[in-house]
Design a protein around this ligand. Sequence first.
Ligand code: CU
Length: 144
Amino acid sequence: MLTLARAMLALFAAVAVAGLSAAAAQTPSPPGAKVYFINLKDGQELTSPFLVQFGLSGMGVAPAGVQKPNTGHHHLIIDTTLSPDHLTAPIPMDDTHKHFGNGQTEATITLPPGKHTLQLLLGDWSHIPHVPPVMSDVITVTVR
Ligand SMILES: [Cu+2]
């Protein structure tokens, strides 16, 4: 009976450790943390190239590779949407997912004429979104 109890305890401990390491893969964000566009609003008309200023409240900016609580770096999502899978894995690095891993808080963006969607998404030191994810609303801008 004692042996069974020990085995159960060992099993519970193993499950608890597995649960912790799974949760540790993503970085928590503090309640109320927000990213937002400082100088752009939904429906705005622009000429390209244009400046995008990244606003962040409730957290700080740290470069990629620097693991510090309640920090992250900015990502600009252009003309694409984020699926639930995108929010649990490293953010892709391509023309539609721009990383600002040096801790930049603004960028000059060049886009062809037409309508474009923009969204900000904070990523942790390893480019993975936080839990819960810190992301802005999607805005649509028109480049003239
Ligand atoms: Cu990144």
